[in-house]
Design a protein. Structure first.
Length: 124
């Protein structure tokens, strides 16, 4: 039993209930994604290829990373979200976006190696 292995582990929340627990400030999330898109556009204008730009975030930054992955106008190198959660209500607002509904996973064609990371732009 899990309680025997980790006796102080808090009870797990049902992610289906996330919309009842988490209330996103949609206008602020929209402003944040617009701001990150402006930064990305500036980096691309400065000569950084979009496939060399990665976005990563933890917790609320992870939430922003997930939002960027679904709304970015550019095909970026990748997105890394640690402990980020987007409630279903946010996804429902984006149901018209083909990246959100009915999309298929993109196969990974090359490894992320030390050399590639050092030559890439990582936005955190």
């Amino acid at each position: 039993m899990e309680s025997d292995v980790v006796p102080n582990n808090p009870p797990r929340k049902n992610f289906e209930e996330a919309d009842k627990i988490i209330h996103l400030d949609y206008p602020q999330l929209g402003r944040a994604t617009n701001y990150v898109n402006e930064i990305i556009a500036g980096e691309i204008k400065a000569g950084i290829p979009p496939e060399k730009i990665f976005i990563a975030g933890y917790s609320q930054g992870g939430l922003l990373t997930l939002a960027m992955a679904l709304t970015s106008q550019h095909k970026l190198g990748g997105f890394i979200s640690l402990c980020g959660l987007l409630p279903r209500s946010w996804l429902a607002r984006r149901a018209h976006n083909p990246k959100v509904v009915g999309s298929s996973p993109t196969p990974v064609t090359k490894k992320l190696e030390h050399k590639e990371v050092s030559e890439s732009k990582i936005l955190i």
